[in-house]
Structures are given as C-alpha cells and as structure tokens.
Design a protein around this ligand. Structure first.
Ligand SMILES: [Zn+2]
Length: 164
C-alpha cells in the first residue's frame, strides 16, 4: 500500500513510514495545493489520507482512493484507517522507511556508524541504519520504544475491534 498523507497528519505519516509503507507527505511537496496532491494520488496510485473535508470531496469526485480521518491521535487514526481498508495495516520494521523523507534505510557497519553518531551511542546500540535519501542515521533509541508502544496499543485496539 502506498499513501499520500495530507498536511495535518504528519505524525501518522511518520508512523506509516517507520512501519514500512511508502508515504508522500504533502508538506514535503514543492506544490501542496489540493490539485497537486490529488494529481499525485492518481498518477502514482496512492491512497490519499486527509482530515480536510473539501479535499476529500474533490478526491471522491475524481475517483481517487481516499480516506477521511476524523479522529485525533495516531492510534485512533490508525484504527480508523484500518476500518476503511477493511483490514489491519501491516507493520514491517524490516522495510522501515525514513520518517523524515521516505527514503529507504540500509543497515550500516560499526566503522561507518562512528562517523555519524557520538561514541557513547555507537557503543550502546547494536544496529544502525542510514537513510539513502537524506543520510540521517537511526538506531533503536528512546523514540523506538514509543513507536513500539504505539504499535502494541494499535494491535490491541484492532483486536478488540475484530479487524485483526
Ligand atoms: Zn531520509
């Protein structure tokens, strides 16, 4: 599944990228007016996720695939998105993408790690990944624990909603 996520939903866009999905975030586009977003969704066959009723209606009119999210908070939005898709959203950390730019991540070796992160971090963690797009380096630090927490909360909710 590939998505284009509208401006108000930046946190959701990051979560989907980390979970392994190819996500264009409208705020990263050079042109992010409704027309351009819609055109991109159609051209690249992406599901448009928005909380903007106007954009949603335009999208429907052009027969693009789109989801209107009304809830707030990442977990609630994920549950709402799953309901729309009729199935749980796959989570695959093996194919995580860069939350900043949607680039693909590659694992890097200890030597390269030392050029990019402080020594204390290099010693503390085992695995590191570098974004092939923006070059940012990632490891399973404290932000990672909060992502796992969101995933678990989402799975629990999905299970009780009998979508899982
Ligand atoms: Zn990146």
């Amino acid at each position: 599944m590939r998505f284009v996520v509208d401006g108000m939903l930046g946190k959701l866009a990051r979560w989907l990228r980390i979970s392994g999905h190819d996500v264009v975030y409208s705020n990263d586009l050079r042109r992010s007016d409704d027309e351009s977003i819609l055109e991109l969704a159609l051209r690249e066959d992406r599901i448009l996720i928005t909380s903007d009723v106007g954009l949603y209606k335009r999208c429907k009119k052009h027969r693009a695939r789109c989801v209107l999210l009304r809830s707030e908070g990442t977990v609630n939005q994920l549950v709402e998105l799953s309901r729309f898709l009729g199935r749980p959203i796959p989570v695959d950390f093996e194919s995580s993408r860069c939350p900043e730019c949607n680039g693909e991540l590659v694992e890097i070796g200890a030597e390269e790690v030392r050029n990019h992160v402080p020594e204390s971090i290099a010693q503390r963690y085992e695995s590191f990944w570098r974004c092939t797009g923006c070059g940012k380096v990632y490891w399973e630090g404290s932000h990672w624990r909060s992502i796992i927490k969101t995933v678990n909360e989402y799975k629990r909710r999905i299970k009780s909603a009998e979508l899982g």
